[in-house]
Design a protein around this ligand. Structure first.
Ligand code: GCU
Length: 668
């Protein structure tokens, strides 16, 4: 018996030692290339799964870069099989006719990058799942000592493989990210494969259900950025001028990587005669404060200045406008003067055929339409739009509201969800912190009131005020149950029943209004409130709408005292070309939409705290929730412009009001 035990334990020891030797050999051994590549791939997956990208190198468009845009090979992978044995990440192709092949990038789909996949292939219109992208490139011509692989955005989750190795992953479909690939690049041809998954879970930001199309893919540009070993990573400069203070100063900070404490650099603004030296501290940061009196940026005069930061061998440039924005009681002050935000909300969809924008020209068309409305403000809903949008707004002179997609009922209890929201907000601020046009950071849209939600949004507000104290915090509030109840039972419904009612009070008592600097309200008098209720009550839709339209001027919106109010959404649906006499109150007719605008604008002109407006919405947009066939056909039809660029009657109602200087001079 003893002999048997000795034999068994010796045997086990030999097997164990053998297994250990094999593992060590496998880990460090030099297997035939094919197997070695697989082992290296699996090791990188083990090491880098969920590894986040490096801190963003700001202002990628102001740097030396090589574009990787173009047509990429792609494989639609509904069951997410491509990761098996690293087939897709390593772009394994059959080598001999006898090889068993179950995956190939060849002879198949190609997709344009940047671009959403939904508008590029009929199989992908409503597709939610994984698509593999592949391209190859040579780093020739990229002189940077350090090289970053930069993505403008990828919706929703992106796993990035370079030469078969996983670099890391990024979550969030609308913000930029980059990986330092200096050490991973090969001389000659490099293989870049990206797995993009646009599926979202309940604890993601946003959740799976939104009133916009879940465009998937490498929706924004991909490029290689070249910087010096020591470089300027991030910076923010802006105007500081205390009301009544004599002069003003250009102030801010610069964050560098790879410099020693005391290393110097220069902030240069030639048109202002500024050549301001700075020295970095041990953390690589420097503060800037230089007296200056630039022409103030404003919608009327969107003056931009060339700015350059040089440090060591590195330099980065940008065009920046200088302005101040603040709230003072119920006023929003731009450059110290009260301003009214005559705005419009819009989604980031191409002017012509839907789909995500991918060019500056498309941004210019969309924002040009807002200018045509005589707007001085745009709400970029409900997620960070392409960087082109705030850059073009800087040039055209449009004030901008930017938002992260904390939309409807996200999982406010979840730490993971909060981390995701915080990351998206930080990435957005990091990208656009030098855009003069951007004056409002929005935390959320139409989130149901509750303690977890309030704490979640307070946390986000604190983050924003910490990362960028120079702008205002807002959020789009939904009509709380109590406000709606008060309004319905105290005003509207008695009127529907024929009782004379003087004031229809809409009392918004949402704690979020205390958390933000500028509370904003989404309201749909004339559309959901009357139309929706008619489906449940014994009165006809026509009667319910009639009473609402006739009584709308009675509405008094009450939000917390001493704060300016923005009405961030109002509107009605209309299908371009659908006409009916206005008095017939035909839903989706252009006449009815125009009538709702007339009544809304008359009512809102009486709201004492109102300091801004961004009606819903500039253009019809794709929305899978919109199932009214023959009218909506998966488009939200509340646009003032159709998906083909046709202007509806309400477009001219709003334009004429804005052109007349509404709400200052409201003609009865
Ligand atoms: C909501 C929401 C929008 C939506 C709009 C609508 O207020 O914020 O995302 O598209 O209403 O119903 O049309």
């Amino acid at each position: 018996m003893r002999k048997l035990w000795t034999a068994v334990s010796v045997g086990l020891f030999v097997i164990g030692a053998g297994a250990l030797a094999l593992t060590i050999y496998l880990w460090f051994g030099n297997w035939p290339t094919e197997q070695k590549e697989l082992v290296d791939h699996l090791r990188s997956v083990a090491q880098n799964t969920a590894r986040p990208p490096e801190p963003l190198v700001q202002n990628s468009r102001g740097r030396e870069r090589v574009s990787l845009d173009g047509r990429w090979q792609a494989v639609i992978d509904p069951y997410d099989r491509g990761t098996l044995a690293g087939l897709a990440p390593r772009a394994v192709e059959p080598k001999t006719p006898s090889d068993l092949a179950e995956f190939s990038f060849e002879n198949g789909l190609t997709l344009a990058v940047p671009g959403d996949w939904n508008t590029q292939d009929p199989r992908l219109v409503f597709y939610q799942g994984v698509v593999w992208y592949k391209t190859t490139f040579d780093r020739q011509g990229m002189s940077g000592e350090r090289v970053f692989l930069h993505f403008g955005a990828a919706n929703y989750r992106a796993s990035v493989y370079l030469n078969g190795l996983l670099l890391g992953e990024h979550e969030g479909g609308f913000t930029p990210f980059n990986f330092d690939v200096t050490g991973a690049l090969k001389a000659g041809e490099n293989l870049l494969v990206v797995r993009v998954d646009n599926r979202r879970a309940a604890d993601d930001i946003p959740t799976p259900t939104t009133d916009w199309h879940n465009y998937g893919g490498l929706t924004r540009e991909v490029s290689l950025l070249g910087v010096s070993t020591a470089y300027v990573r991030s910076w923010q400069i802006g105007l500081e001028s205390e009301p009544g203070a004599a002069g003003s100063v250009i102030a801010g900070w610069i964050e560098t990587v790879g410099f020693e404490a005391g290393d110097e650099g220069v902030l240069s603004i030639p048109e202002l005669g500024i050549e301001q030296g700075f020295a970095v501290d041990p953390a690589g940061r420097a503060r800037i404060r230089v007296p200056a009196n630039p022409q103030r940026w404003s919608p009327e005069s969107p003056r931009l200045y060339d700015v350059e930061i040089r440090a060591g061998k590195d330099s980065v440039s940008d065009r920046i406008g200088f302005r101040t924005v603040a709230v003072q009681g119920e006023e929003i002050l731009l450059n110290g003067e009260p301003i009214f935000l005559r705005g419009i909300s819009l989604h980031e969809e191409r002017p012509s055929d839907g789909g995500r924008i991918y060019s500056q020209a498309q941004a210019e068309t969309l924002l040009g339409w807002a200018k045509e409305l005589d707007a001085n403000f745009v709400r970029l809903a409900h997620y960070p739009h392409d960087e082109f949008m705030p850059q073009v707004a800087d040039r055209l002179g449009l004030l901008v509201w930017e938002e992260i997609p904390v939309y409807w009922a996200v999982d406010f209890e979840s730490e993971k969800t909060l981390t995701r929201a915080r990351r998206q907000m930080s990435e957005l601020i990091e990208r656009d912190r030098n855009r003069a046009s951007v004056i409002l950071w929005s935390l959320a849209n139409e989130t149901p009131e509750g303690p977890a939600r309030n704490a979640f949004l307070q946390n986000l507000a604190d983050l924003v005020r910490q990362e960028d104290p120079t702008r205002l915090v807002t959020a789009a509030l939904l009509t709380g149950a109590d406000a709606l109840q008060g309004f319905l039972l105290g005003g509207y419904l008695p009127a529907v029943a024929g009782f004379p009612v003087s004031k229809w009070v809409f009392d918004v008592r949402d704690p979020l209004a205390e958390i933000v600097d500028v509370p904003a309200l989404n309201e749909y008098f004339g559309w959901y409130y009357s139309g929706g209720l008619a489906l449940m009550l014994p009165w006809s839709s026509h009667h319910m709408r009639r009473v609402m339209l006739d009584g709308m001027a009675e509405i008094e919106i009450r939000t917390p005292e001493g704060k300016p109010l923005i009405v961030s959404e109002l509107g009605a649906g209309a299908k371009f070309g659908m006409h009916a006499p206005a008095e017939d109150l035909v839903a989706y007719s252009e006449e009815y939409q125009a009538l709702v605008y007339e009544k809304q604008l008359a009512m809102l002109a009486n709201q004492p705290q109102l300091r801004g407006l961004s009606p819903w919405v500039l253009k019809d947009f794709r929305a899978p929730l919109r199932l009214y066939q023959g009218v909506q056909d998966y488009w939200n039809r509340k646009g003032l412009i159709s998906e083909k660029g046709e202007r509806k009657e309400a477009f001219f109602v709003l334009r004429d009001h804005y052109a007349r200087g509404w709400p200052e001079t409201v003609t009865p």
